[in-house]
Ligand binder design. Structure first.
Ligand SMILES: [Zn+2]
Length: 272
């Protein structure tokens, strides 16, 4: 007895009549299966042959503070995501009266706009930007690229202008930044931030503090006192084992956590 494949009923007729019918049937079934497999394969790899357009708009517009997909970074070009350039007009306008004020010490030509990407603990890629002195611009690009490659967590890197250049507010938001034309807190001396030569990283978890003459502590941001205890472990903590510390130190920066009279754990300052 001859059976068609796929558990079909026995074929009728003589042996000689059955064979061609069954062969045809087998060939037909085989053709259907082959076609099905071919179409399935095409559908599976179709994404690669005819990819859906990848949305890189967030990168083209460089919307700092937003997240971006890794495939969009690749499509846009990763090298374009780590750059130092003259300050674009629209950024310069945002800075006026906030991080930038008319002054005799530093002008637009000496400043650079840094574009960078950074990871955070949420395992997502964030778009960052920073204004710094041209003297340290290439170093910063190199440091941030290495931090990105190591998936070093940085929560936020937007311009302080977003916070009206108010340092306390941006630190409470754990923002990382560099340039802001201002004096050292509690003095008339120009800060290294005023020349774009100091960088603050993950500021809420790495506060600044000093002990006043009456023994009380002055902490910035004022709600981050618990992170002055550096014997504890917590996210974003900068210490001597930290990758950011090592990268800044190797490139000629001093760390505020090493200072004696005050402590500024977020602060890396370029030594001229
Ligand atoms: Zn600082």
């Amino acid at each position: 007895m001859l059976y068609e494949i796929n558990n079909m009923k026995p074929t009728k007729g003589t042996h000689s009549e059955c064979v061609p019918f069954s062969m045809n049937s087998m060939l037909h079934t085989h053709w259907i299966r082959t076609s099905f497999l071919f179409l399935t394969t095409l559908l599976c790899i179709g994404g690669d042959i005819y990819p859906h357009p990848i949305d890189t708009k967030v990168l083209e517009e460089w919307r700092a503070g937003e997240v971006v997909e890794e495939k969009a970074v690749i499509a846009y070009g990763i090298d374009k995501c780590f750059t130092a350039s003259p300050i674009p007009d629209h950024v310069w306008q945002r800075m006026q009266g906030k991080t930038y004020k008319e002054n005799p010490h530093i002008g637009r030509d000496e400043l650079r706009h840094i574009r960078t990407l950074h990871w955070d603990y949420d395992n997502r890629i964030h778009i960052g930007e920073m204004i710094c002195n041209e003297v340290i611009a290439d170093r910063l690009v190199e440091i941030f690229r290495k931090l990105y490659e190591a998936k070093y967590p940085i929560q936020r890197m937007v311009l302080p202008d977003v916070y009206n250049a108010d340092d306390e507010t941006q630190m409470r938001a754990n923002n990382s930044s560099c340039f802001c034309y201002r004096v050292v807190s509690g003095s008339k001396k120009l800060s290294k931030h005023a020349r774009g030569l100091a960088v603050d990283i993950n500021t809420f978890y790495n506060p600044y503090y000093k002990v006043r003459s009456d023994g009380t502590r002055y902490v910035q941001p004022s709600n981050a006192a618990k992170y002055c205890d550096r014997t504890k472990s917590f996210p974003y903590k900068i210490d001597h084992h930290d990758l950011a510390y090592k990268l800044f130190k190797e490139r000629g920066f001093e760390w505020g956590g090493d200072w004696k009279s005050v402590k500024d754990y977020q602060h890396f300052e370029y030594m001229e």
